[in-house]
Write a protein that binds this ligand. Structure first.
Ligand SMILES: [Cu+2]
Length: 244
């Protein structure tokens, strides 16, 4: 019993300033992330466009692997490579991650094809191929960088932009079918759809949000989503592309 009482007695002997200090430290702890989440799917209505086989004979290394065009990838009516983001209610500053977003050049394709980055976050571009690429980035047609990337060279560390809403379009001029996009956000409430069209955005406070979907060739769609509390903190959203 004495053993248990002793620490309590010692606590009583601590100077009050020390206790106040520890209370202040407890106060500045960051708030736990909000529990709200959007779990959704992006649908492609109607007949999916056929994905043509890419002509890659210009480089014997690339020609070793057959690849289909990745402009619009639909699997069982679900659309891949859509960046889905919150368009309102994301007040406050969000720290830019120190780790870069990664594009790998593999089998002469970019993987992934679409990433979201926070304003100012760097891109690491990797060359996993036994061939020469060049990494050519533009924003709204204006040159951002154009770097040679020989085989076996290390990752390139490339700047994005500080402005939310920018899209960094990346191409390889050696292999013009290679295309990728980094979409700049000022908050972390975004996700890119997987092959089954699914996405998940977590950490949202209760409120009404505009959810916006962006696809490199099909454009944007939006949807109002209401996050509640308790059982209503997680909502299901369904965004739909219906080409003309
Ligand atoms: Cu290339």
């Amino acid at each position: 019993m004495i053993r248990f009482l002793l620490p309590i007695c010692l606590l009583g002997l601590l100077p009050s300033a020390a206790i106040a200090d520890s209370k202040a430290k407890a106060k500045i702890k960051p708030a736990p992330p909000a529990a709200g989440a959007i779990k959704g799917t992006v649908i492609f209505e109607g007949e999916a466009p056929e994905r043509s086989k890419l002509e890659r004979d210009s480089d014997p290394y690339c020609a070793k692997t057959d690849k289909l065009a990745e402009d619009v990838i639909v699997t069982k009516g679900k659309l891949k490579d859509v960046l889905v983001r919150i368009q309102n209610g994301t007040m406050g500053k969000h720290a830019t991650p120190a780790t870069p977003a990664v594009f790998d050049q593999k089998d002469c394709m970019y993987t992934p094809r679409v990433v979201g980055v926070l304003a100012g976050q760097k891109l690491a571009v990797r060359n996993s191929d036994g061939t020469f690429h060049n990494v050519h980035g533009t924003v709204a047609g204006k040159l951002l960088w154009n770097k040679p990337h020989p085989k076996a060279a290390g990752d390139l560390s490339l700047e994005t932009t500080p402005r939310a809403g920018d899209v960094v379009d990346v191409v390889c001029d050696v292999h013009p079918w290679m295309k990728a996009h980094a979409v700049v956000q000022d908050h972390p409430y975004f996700a890119v759809t997987r092959a089954d069209g699914s996405f998940e955005i977590k950490g949202l406070a209760p409120g009404t949000y505009t959810l916006e979907a962006w696809h490199p060739t099909l454009g944007t769609r939006s949807l109002a989503v209401k996050i509640g509390t308790g059982a209503k903190a997680t909502v299901t959203a369904r965004l739909s592309y219906k080409p003309n």
